[in-house]
Unconditional design. Structure first.
Length: 404
């Protein structure tokens, strides 16, 4: 059914093509909404700065968009790096259409109202304050689905910002409100559309996490200002019987590359397990790309292994090229898998690992080829101090390897 809806949406929006559009986006602010389950809305604010340029806002994050095209009475907004795009028709100055991810056969209803700037409507003064650290469990007591997280929030008046950290990453820059005792937070980055709703007391939260209109799960939390997640350095490891990591995968020129290549010999190597569809991987790639440019003369190399859900090898290569161009990544990204991003399948490609628990995962290899550390997940800029701590730990550990 989703395939049919997506197909009809694309046909509807691409019919009656003309060389020049009948209308373009008005300069100014829009309140956009992506549909979720339970008649919930995932709102975000974007600003049109010119007919072909948009800024999307999530708390401190600003995402620049410059791939905006028009056909007759429709607009197509392609988000940077990720494959998702918005296809919508004009209704006066407003928009109505879909957020589409073709590889996953997902088409989600989308609307946007011009000249609106409030992410969420607030009906009553906040009766609770969410500022602080929250020990969180998602899908509590649900077999095989339960996992832990750390909520980190800051509230000023009725405005709330922050994120949830998990053992494998974070849930991006969240922004929202406290309406009475009801907290609502959302984010949209072109890969994911998230909504968190919760009833808050002075010591507890209870609510739901929505992703697009295809996923919903409960969560509970309690205040705990000393709560810490398990170390990200102990979750993934080399299995007994293996003495290191080995692989051979193609780059986007379809040339096979191996960890045994001369390029990596006698150097410190960071192997990045990632996907072009993964926001935490994007955050990590931006940091690694910058670090590599500044330090590659010191004898360090990076190589990324991409696990893509693109349906064809050509599409997967295209997305890797797009990521490298957008971010300015000078190190090679190899295609380890396409057609699925399933972690069990990924582990089959790297059988020396106990599991692939998270995208991203980084493997630190010293100059002798020995694996010295495996770091699961990535704490991105949305985590604030934790992101700073990660960079300090990363640079300190790598400096030690380079000096050996």
């Amino acid at each position: 059914m989703k395939n049919l809806i997506g197909f009809l949406a694309i046909i509807l929006l691409s019919s009656c093509k003309s060389e020049t559009p009948t209308k373009t986006l008005e300069v100014g602010s829009y309140r956009a909404v992506i549909e979720a389950q339970d008649n919930e809305e995932i709102p975000f604010i974007f600003e049109v700065t010119s007919a072909n340029e948009i800024k999307i806002f999530n708390a401190e994050e600003v995402i620049g968009v410059n791939e905006v095209t028009y056909e007759n009475d429709s607009v197509y907004i392609k988000l940077p790096v990720f494959e998702g795009y918005i296809a919508a028709k004009f209704e006066d100055n407003n928009l109505k259409g879909s957020f589409i991810k073709e590889s996953l056969d997902r088409t989600v209803p989308f609307t946007a109202d011009f000249n609106k700037t409030k992410r969420f409507e607030v009906k009553s003064k906040p009766s609770q304050n969410s500022t602080g650290i929250w020990e969180t469990v998602f899908s509590k007591d649900i077999a095989d689905d339960e996992y832990i997280a750390k909520g980190i929030f800051k509230q000023q008046g009725d405005k709330v910002t922050g994120t949830f950290r998990t053992t494998t990453g974070d849930y991006r820059f969240l922004e929202g409100v406290m309406d009475g005792d009801q907290m609502k937070l959302s984010t949209f980055d072109g890969a994911h559309a998230f909504l968190f709703t919760a009833t808050v007391t002075d010591s507890t939260m209870q609510g739901y996490f929505y992703s697009g209109n295809h996923w919903k799960e409960p969560f509970v939390a309690k205040r705990n200002d000393t709560y810490e997640l398990p170390s990200a350095n102990n979750l993934t490891f080399i299995k007994e019987g293996y003495d290191g990591i080995d692989f051979e995968f193609p780059n986007t020129a379809n040339e096979l590359m191996s960890i045994k290549d001369e390029r990596f010999k006698d150097k410190v190597v960071i192997v990045q397990i990632m996907g072009t569809w993964c926001p935490n991987c994007l955050d990590e790639s931006k940091y690694y790309a910058e670090y590599y440019k500044e330090n590659k003369s010191r004898g360090i190399e990076f190589v990324a292994l991409a696990f893509e859900y693109a349906k064809t090898k050509e599409d997967a290569f295209s997305r890797i090229d797009r990521l490298q161009d957008n971010v300015g990544i000078d190190y090679p990204i190899l295609l380890a898998q396409y057609g699925t991003s399933d972690k069990a399948k990924a582990q089959e490609k790297l059988p020396m690992l106990n599991h692939v628990l998270s995208y991203p995962t980084s493997i630190f290899i010293d100059k002798t080829g020995k694996v010295r550390k495996i770091h699961t997940g990535f704490n991105g800029p949305a985590t604030g101090e934790k992101y700073v701590e990660f960079k300090e730990e990363f640079e300190g550990f790598v400096n030690g390897l380079l000096e050996e």
